[in-house]
Design a binder for this molecule. Structure first.
Ligand code: ATP
Length: 647
């Protein structure tokens, strides 16, 4: 472990016991991380720093949490909905005001430098300071960022600019750069959340071990076990939820890893990241993958994923695929769910799909109908589009997590604990038959009933446990429409826009889309899409995207061929779901570059399906998924050439 050699090297800044952690100590650590791409080094720098903070977490004991949050650019768990990511123009205004430069000068620099953090740092460097302000501390920075994120209402712009100034004035060295990048919502130092999870686990273990002498090999062993335990917790609840305030520093640190595991147990009210499925292109592929093993086919409903929790006090909370609290969007669900619950049930977490429903015709409506529902301040009496819940999993019941139980058992408990209510709640239609004909028949039925296809799931054995946040091979999706294409649609981030021609000069006419490489924190371009949009759609997209235009041009975390840049670059926020005929190696696009070939992979003839409002840029199709699609396609075409037919 490189840790021992770097244990004392994480920065010049030291602090006395009980003092708040200086912000410069954190930014020194960021600088070190920024200078390397080696995961082990990044992890050891961070472990050393987190250990130092863990040993001396400030007077209120809260600085370890704050530091971890600042490393991932968050202020609280995602589901609480308080986010950083301030618009570029507001930050430019604040930088101008506190450096005495003009907005225009800053914009000009930004176009050349491409990083507002650096521009701010350079602008501060040019300034003469007359008096020295007190140095920034982690709790102060954290509080200011939280105040900015929470500011709303008419005067909020001016308040935000005021707080940013308060933050920037005492900055020295690279502090300015990191404050600005935090405000923008991305640190851009190549620090993957996974690495932070490992480093946090190591720091907790090392703190517990203290100065105890351990036999050779023992330390490495408990470090590895600690990291595995924290990763398992992480898969369930996401880092920002692990360190949710109510778990507080003390439970992060007390009782070491075991204490953490105990504190982070699945709890109604705290969403867990849903299990995801792998796409398949043919029934034959499903049978190959699940050969000889027990599985079940369920209808794949075309709605919105809804993870529904009932808390001890009877409160119902609905979370989206993205852990967003959707209870305000679905007051009708919150009201109706208790009617479907057996009296014996006190607390639960169920995994379901909420589908638009025609109560008169008793039939499912397409997903588009669901999108016409208002997202906020919905009053039950104003609802025109009804939703029907189709429950397919039970994750928690009466104080007990069921994640480790087999699906067959979870399903039994689900059906025992809930009862269908016509037009409101039902269990997902399922069929446990496993011949090719039975699957084909059930697939056809699902389509006739208004579904997208099937979800095929392992039913028994350790392979049928619920795997939070994992795209698992134990869940396969079979979408009828996509059997002819690459097996699934892609969800890509809009990173650039091209102005329209002719009638469409006032809107964008085409868009540059990118996939996401989570390890490198980079967006990689995958295709340009410009057909299939009506004039009205283009106008709506213009309204949505133009506020995201970047004065600075391309952000450094977007990998793109610059010989033909788009007319404008966007902040990567909006996600398009697109279909493609096939994938091809490309000298121009960068998706999955280096994974299957030196060239990138691009989508041919992409077709727009819809905006994925339930996905953030970080949830876009990943580079690995694009590589997997490409390889599966190559394999299928080889099979076809060799005469090995596929259904
Ligand atoms: P992914 O979540 O895999 O990135 P996605 O959000 O685009 O993809 P799909 O590829 O359409 O979703 O497939 C998975 C989704 O299908 C689930 O997230 C869930 O919302 C929905 N779904 C519908 N019926 C079921 C079911 N019976 N079991 C599991 N998921 C189902």
């Amino acid at each position: 472990l490189a840790l021992s050699s770097s244990a004392n090297s994480t920065g010049k800044s030291e602090w006395k016991k009980g003092d708040p952690v200086p912000y410069s100590a954190l930014t020194d650590c960021f600088e070190q991380i920024d200078k390397t791409t080696k995961r082990t080094l990044i992890s050891s720098y961070l472990t050393s720093f987190l250990l130092k903070v863990a040993l001396n977490p400030g007077k209120d004991g809260g600085d370890l949490l704050r530091v971890v949050y600042l490393c991932i650019n968050r202020l609280c768990p995602d589901y609480m909905g308080i986010e950083l990511g301030i618009g570029e123009s507001l930050i430019i205004k604040a930088i101008a005001q506190c450096t005495g430069r003009s907005v225009q000068q800053i914009k000009t620099d930004l176009r050349t430098v491409g990083d507002l953090g650096l521009v701010a740092e350079q602008s501060r460097g040019k300034q003469k300071t007359l008096f020295k302000s007190a140095p920034l501390t982690v709790p102060f920075v954290f509080k200011c960022l939280t105040d900015i994120a929470k500011a709303s209402g008419n005067a909020s712009q001016a308040r935000k600019v005021g707080i940013i100034q308060k933050l920037l004035t005492p900055c020295t060295g690279s502090e300015t750069k990191f404050i600005v990048r935090s405000l923008e919502g991305k640190l851009r130092i190549g620090l993957a959340e996974k690495t932070l999870v490992t480093a946090l686990a190591h720091a907790i273990v090392l703190k517990e071990v203290g100065s105890k002498k351990l036999p050779e090999g023992k330390l490495a062993d408990i470090l590895a076990k600690g990291a595995e335990a924290v990763k398992a917790v992480y898969r369930q609840v996401q880092l920002s939820n692990i360190i949710h305030n109510r778990y507080s520093d003390s439970s992060l640190l007390k009782g070491g890893i075991e204490g953490l595991k105990e504190a982070c147990k699945l709890t109604p009210g705290v969403p867990l990241k849903p299990m995801l499925a792998k796409p398949t292109k043919a029934i034959g592929e499903v049978l190959d993958r699940f050969e000889g093993k027990e599985f079940t086919c369920e209808y794949k409903y075309d709605g919105e994923r809804a993870q529904i929790h009932m808390l001890e006090d009877g409160q119902i909370v609905v979370f989206s695929r993205n852990s967003e609290n959707m209870s305000a969007k679905y007051p009708d669900l919150v009201e109706s769910i208790p009617r479907c619950v057996d009296k014996s049930v006190k607390t639960f977490v169920i995994d379901t799909e909420a589908v638009a429903y025609d109560i008169q015709e008793k039939k499912l409506l397409p997903f588009q109908q669901l999108t016409t529902r208002k997202r906020k301040d919905v009053r039950t009496e104003d609802i025109t589009v009804r939703v029907h819940i189709f429950a397919f999993d039970l994750l928690y019941l009466n104080g007990e997590s069921l994640l480790q139980k087999e699906l067959v058992e979870r399903r039994r408990l689900l059906q025992e604990s809930f009862h269908p209510v016509e037009g409101e709640f039902a269990f997902a239609e399922s069929s446990d038959g496993s011949s090719s004909e039975q699957i084909a028949e059930f697939l056809d039925e699902s389509i006739k009933d208004g579904c997208e296809g099937l979800m095929v799931k392992r039913l028994t054995s350790a392979d049928s446990t619920y795997e939070p946040s994992r795209r698992s091979i134990n869940w396969l999706k079979l979408k009828k429409d996509y059997l002819a294409g690459v097996g699934d649609s892609c969800d890509l981030v809009v990173v650039g826009g091209y102005y329209g021609k002719g009638k469409r000069t006032n809107t964008y006419g085409a868009f540059l889309l990118a996939c996401y490489d989570a390890d490198a924190e980079q967006f990689q371009t995958a295709c340009k899409i410009g057909t299939g949009f009506s004039d009205q759609m283009l106008q709506d997209l213009y309204n949505l995207l133009s506020p995201l235009e970047l004065a600075s041009g391309k952000r450094s975390d977007i990998q793109a061929d610059m010989s033909k840049p788009p007319d404008v670059w966007f902040e990567p926020k909006v996600v398009f779901e697109v279909l493609t005929a096939d994938l091809t190696l490309s000298p121009i696009y960068m998706a999955a570059q280096g994974l299957v070939d030196e060239r990138g992979i691009s989508l041919r003839f992409p077709r727009f399906i819809r905006i994925r409002e339930d996905k953030d840029a970080d949830d876009a199709t990943t580079s690995e998924q694009i590589a997997e699609f490409y390889e599966a396609q190559a394999l299928a075409s080889k099979g076809n050439r060799g005469g090995g037919g596929n259904d």
